[in-house]
Design a protein around this ligand. Structure first.
Ligand SMILES: [Zn+2]
Ligand SMILES: [Zn+2]
Length: 551
């Protein structure tokens, strides 16, 4: 018989629906099904508001998939069997039953299921040789034996280790490595061409935090590459599709459904996240820089190689925060403070894949400002035959940073028992690495924060904010979006001191010190070099900017 995906849906019970008493999918489900089945993406990440009927569509696609592709193998996951039996697996069984009732599958529905585990059958085998089984992601490695044509994970945010489940750790592959079923890889279309129909379907309510799901599938909808390298055989990139839907797209919810859910949340961000499916992180507390708005302050920027680089450092124990910024002038000759990116790992000299110290970060991303190799060659030479690295002639190293200006929190002046000879961070940076840092004292936390809040309100006559942040500064953007927050008291008021979370606070502090030293304070390069006139490197390629900085 001829049938469509609509046939596998429940009979409509909404009296005012034009398709009342017929089987049908909702318009947004139909659109998404079309994208999943006709698109080239093997991986689908669907982030949808509550009640946007994600599980039902995945269940119907799963049933249609194994009916259409003979000898294919599907696995349907939720965190544990108990949850799966009440949602995805339940809906899947009902879709198969609907197929049997309508003669789409010519079999006795009750005879298709076998292998009882924890109270329900876990296997479904169709007359065409296809199978589907229920799985639980909490013990995902048990399901790694066979290869699959279709893998479905429902409510992915229930798993706090989704990256591991998906990709695996080290050489051990995750579920992704099992998506290689032959029947789906070479599925013959009616026009006698072949299509790769392997599908890995993931759905989730919008996670309350930016998390592993977003590192894998991004925060915004779209089709993007899953990996950086093309397939060695086909030359194609593996792609994924990120879909977002809102609760209101399901017009078969009760009329008051959205209102009922919205009424239980007072924070508009929660409503955007829970109902509209948007990526809106929730941090708790009260955000500190409440004048920051990503849609206004975040854009893409390129480093202006002609201008000096400003680096702000928060030494913060094991969690240093470091920002890299420049001050650019617009056509109205007004200064705009632009922050590019950050590093938050070991402070100065460190490399472990993408975790970089300041020197390595400068070498990788700002090679025209800093020659990492030459620096270390000279430093290694200076260290020869010297027992104490602070005895080297650090002025020779300072020359390597002649277009870079550093500042650091005053806490870096403190002698630290963790350092060798209990030296302060600032002394070590200066004497051992040639990194001289400005330290502005008596900033005053409250006054400083109010300068920050005010700055983020300032829009220049050129229509751009005085302060902008590059899209790549994910942690700083997250921090100002709410990660950098005041603790909230029970009575609704908040403390005046931001939460010391060793994450968002550190990067926000680094940014604030940099602004305090180089932007709020009139910064003069000439003055900062006053004591250094006798130094061998007296080339000042920024000399032409003197006027600009002394204004
Ligand atoms: Zn209907
Ligand atoms: Zn401007």
């Amino acid at each position: 018989m001829s049938w469509s995906l609509h046939n596998l849906f429940p009979i409509c019970v909404k009296p005012t629906c034009p398709s009342f008493s017929k089987r049908h999918m909702l318009p947004h489900q139909e659109e998404i099904a079309k994208q999943i089945l006709t698109g080239d993406e093997n991986y689908i990440y669907w982030q949808g508001g509550v009640g946007s009927a994600k599980t039902m569509l995945y269940a119907a696609i799963s049933a249609a998939f194994i009916i259409t592709i003979p000898h294919s193998r599907a696995i349907l996951f939720r965190k544990d069997y108990g949850l799966n039996y009440e949602t995805l697996w339940l809906y899947f069984k009902q879709r198969i039953e609907a197929a049997c009732i309508q003669g789409i599958v010519k079999a006795d529905y009750t005879k298709l299921f076998s292998r009882k585990k924890q109270g329900d059958y876990t296997y479904c085998e169709l007359p065409n040789g296809s199978t589907a089984r229920a799985g639980q992601t909490k013990s995902w490695s048990e399901f790694m034996g066979p290869t699959y044509d279709l893998i479905v994970v429902s409510d992915a945010m229930e798993n706090n280790n989704f990256g591991e489940i998906f990709r695996g750790e080290g050489v051990v592959g995750g579920l992704q490595s099992r998506l290689r079923g032959q029947p789906s890889s070479f599925f013959k279309l009616p026009n006698n061409t072949y299509k790769d129909m392997r599908r890995f379907l993931i759905e989730t309510n919008p996670p309350p935090n930016v998390n592993e799901l977003h590192s894998l599938f991004g925060r915004e909808p779209g089709v993007r590459n899953l990996t950086d390298t093309p397939d060695p055989v086909t030359g194609r990139y593996i792609t994924y599709r990120h879909i977002q839907t809102t609760s209101t797209q399901n017009d078969h919810n009760p009329a008051s459904y959205v209102l009922e859910i919205a009424s239980t949340h007072s924070n508009p961000d929660d409503i955007r996240r829970i109902l509209e499916g948007k990526t809106v992180p929730y941090y708790g507390g009260i955000r500190v820089i409440d004048t920051f708005h990503p849609e206004i302050h975040v854009a893409s920027f390129e480093v202006d190689q002609e201008l000096p680089l400003f680096i702000g450092i928060d030494p913060g124990g094991q969690h240093p925060g470091v920002t890299f910024s420049q001050i650019k002038q617009c056509a109205y000759e007004k200064d705009h403070y632009i922050t590019y990116d950050k590093t938050t790992y070991e402070l100065v000299d460190y490399r472990n894949s993408d975790q970089l110290g300041i020197l390595q970060h400068l070498g990788d991303f700002y090679p025209s400002y800093f020659d990492l190799e030459a620096y270390f060659q000279i430093r290694d030479k200076l260290l020869e035959n010297i027992d104490d690295p602070s005895h080297i002639d650090s002025r020779i190293l300072e020359g390597h940073f002649y277009r870079i200006h550093f500042c650091i929190d005053k806490s870096a002046e403190r002698k630290s028992p963790a350092n060798r000879d209990a030296k302060s961070d600032r002394i070590i940076l200066s004497t051992e690495y040639g990194i001289k840092c400005r330290v502005k004292t008596n900033i005053g936390l409250e006054q400083s924060l109010s300068r920050m809040k005010k700055l983020h309100k300032e829009i220049c006559v050129c229509n751009l904010p005085r302060r902008m942040i590059d899209r790549n500064c994910l942690m700083l953007i997250d921090a100002y979006s709410g990660g950098y927050r005041y603790p909230k008291r029970k009575d609704g008021t908040h403390s005046d001191k931001p939460v010391e979370d060793h994450r968002y606070e550190d990067i926000s502090d680094a940014d604030r010190y940099s602004l305090e030293n180089f932007f709020f304070t009139k910064f003069s390069i000439e003055e900062s070099r006053r004591d250094e006139v006798k130094r061998p490197i007296d080339l000042h390629p920024w000399a032409w900017m003197g006027e600009h900085y002394n204004r």
